[in-house]
Write a protein that binds this ligand. Structure first.
Ligand SMILES: C[S@@+](CC[C@H](N)C(=O)[O-])C[C@H]1O[C@@H](n2cnc3c(N)ncnc32)[C@H](O)[C@@H]1O
Length: 162
């Protein structure tokens, strides 16, 4: 699986602690990846770390799961979104899973001070294009450490087998 824009999220810790040996974390921030590596210590070698802009050149062996919490919504340029989706299509196996979380339609218009695009499941489906079937969607009112509430929308898609 790949955690796109995984940053210094602890998702990778949980996956590695459950014995997964096929986890990749991709992020444009070297500092965030370094924090995760340091936190994981000796377990960090079980993870493939890719320091890259998701819209730029990078490669990955085919994965069963593509996970992205709060990275895709930073792509406000249509060309960047197209390049993201092209990578996703190159990387996710047929029958594989795509989980994308973004600010929801009623969520904030900025994230970490930057403009973002807000989505619901239909909006993400439109971005992915043909060949993905929505399996599940949910909203979540995320409370930040400062007490602010951010409305998230998470959607899980399955890539069509044919
Ligand atoms: C709001 S943080 C979310 C981090 C993590 N996914 C989580 O849920 O805790 C967004 C992350 O996306 C990364 N990011 C933003 N734009 C990116 C891009 N174009 N390519 C790769 N990573 C990107 C940032 O560096 C940051 O780590």
């Amino acid at each position: 699986m790949v955690d796109v824009g995984g940053g210094d999220s602890r998702l990778v810790d949980h996956l590695v602690s459950r014995g997964l040996r096929c986890v990749t974390v991709l992020d444009v921030s070297a500092a965030a990846l370094a924090r995760s590596r340091t936190r994981l210590g000796e377990l960090a070698h079980r993870v493939r770390w890719i320091e890259a802009d998701v819209t730029g050149p990078w490669t990955l062996s085919p994965v069963d799961v593509w996970h992205d919490r709060a990275a895709f919504h930073f792509l406000t340029d249509a060309g960047d979104r197209a390049r993201y989706v092209a990578h996703l299509r190159d990387s996710v196996k047929r029958g594989g899973t795509v989980i994308i979380g973004t600010f929801g339609l009623d969520g904030p218009e900025r994230c970490s001070g930057l403009p973002i695009c807000r989505y619901d499941a239909a909006g993400i489906a439109a971005q992915l294009g043909e060949g993905f079937t929505l399996a599940e969607t949910m909203t979540d009112a995320h409370r930040t450490p400062t007490g602010a509430v951010q409305s998230f929308s998470f959607s899980r898609f399955v890539r069509d087998v044919s």
